[in-house]
Write a protein that binds this ligand. Structure first.
Ligand SMILES: [Zn+2]
Length: 114
């Protein structure tokens, strides 16, 4: 198991394993956040936070919500707002320990165009 932690330590996201790769996307939101996403099944990931400790951002067609720490502002995770048994989620791999991520390849995704 591996834990992503925000800067102030209020929010934790537990995942079952290190990702095989992370995604650096240039879409309108990801390039602003400066995040790298590690993808998992929603059921594999546990967000540990008090209910009032997070803020969400949802826009446009409201297909995703981005979850961040209300105190330090770190972006932690996106979740799909469309419910399905096989739903994916993205965890911000920037919040894992750097040593864990040192040898994980970064995939560049042209999300702005595709
Ligand atoms: Zn925080």
């Amino acid at each position: 198991m591996l834990t992503a932690t925000c800067h102030c330590g209020t929010i934790k996201v537990e995942v079952p394993r290190a990702p095989e790769s992370v995604t650096d996307c240039n879409c309108s939101i990801c390039r602003r956040y400066g995040v790298r996403w590690a993808y998992y099944k929603d059921a594999e990931v546990t967000l540990i936070a008090a209910t009032d400790a997070t803020d969400n951002y949802v826009w446009g067609d409201k297909s995703l919500k981005f979850i961040r720490c209300k105190q330090c502002g770190c972006v932690m995770q996106w979740k799909s707002l469309t419910v399905g048994a096989d739903t994916n989620t993205g965890v911000n791999a920037r919040n894992f320990e750097q040593s864990v991520m040192a040898n994980v390849p970064v995939r560049l995704l042209d999300g702005a165009d595709t």
